[in-house]
Design a protein around this ligand. Structure first.
Ligand code: C5P
Ligand code: MG
Length: 226
């Protein structure tokens, strides 16, 4: 995804002023944060929700990986280092990428009203991201939290690592990602839990069962006809 600012310079800076996002989102306010440890199944479940309900799925990790690969990105090396070590990339980069992607969807003439509803996957992973995003871009309706024991997540990630080509699906990076999740990302879930904004789903079963539970939870939160 090429990201260019007004001068044509290549960087993930905002191309569209924040108020544009805000005013457009006022008309299309559905935005759900999808959280859970590495390997909990966030991406799998988001894809299923997209096929069934037409949400737009934005994965912060996918956006960062795309930016890392983008020729000329001034953040490529930084993102590469952070991902390998399972650390959280500074929020300015991630929020700009998310905001640009949201603006692309909202302003695209071809996108349907249903697609102007967002599943934001793997974000916010740190409290500062949560506060900044909700203050300057959009408040989430709630948080979908996929809860899964580490042993199950580790097995899934090692299996995925056989074919994913990801630099962080290996034992050493997985250990670091788990630590970041416990120390930095769980406090975000707890912050939202205190506000009664977390929908917790047991992500241990097979994807079909997790999907059924997710759909039930969404119907409860968004109504039967969402
Ligand atoms: O969600 P995913 O597993 O694809 O994220 C991969 C990596 O991307 C994380 O371990 C982290 O290094 C980075 N990331 C981040 N901030 C986010 C989401 C992902 O720094 N909000
Ligand atoms: Mg993912």
């Amino acid at each position: 995804m090429p990201i260019n600012d007004a001068t044509g310079k290549s960087s993930p800076v905002k191309r569209i002023p924040a108020f544009a996002t805000l005013s457009l989102l006022a008309a299309f306010p559905t935005l759900i944060f999808v959280l859970g440890g590495p390997g909990a199944g966030k991406g799998t479940q988001c894809s299923r929700l997209v096929s069934r309900y037409g949400f737009t799925h934005l994965s912060a990790g996918d956006l960062l990986r795309a930016e890392q690969e983008r020729p000329g990105s001034q953040y490529g090396q930084l993102i590469k280092d952070y991902i390998k070590d399972g650390l959280i990339v500074p929020m300015e980069v991630t929020i700009a990428l998310l905001e640009n992607a949201m603006n692309d969807t909202i302003s695209s003439a071809s996108s349907s009203p249903k697609s102007k509803r967002f599943l934001i996957d793997g974000f916010p992973r740190k409290l500062d991201q949560a506060l900044k995003f909700e203050e300057s871009v959009c408040a989430a309706q709630f948080v979908l939290f996929y809860d899964c024991p580490e042993a199950a997540m580790e097995a899934r990630l090692l299996e995925r690592g056989k074919t994913s080509g990801r630099s962080d699906d290996n034992e050493e990076s997985i250990r670091k990602r788990f630590r970041t999740f416990v120390e930095t990302s769980m406090p975000v879930v707890e912050y939202y839990e205190k506000q009664g904004r977390v929908v917790k789903i047991d992500a241990t079963p097979e994807p079909d069962e997790v999907e059924a539970k997710t759909r039930e939870a969404l119907r409860e939160r968004l109504g039967e006809e969402f």
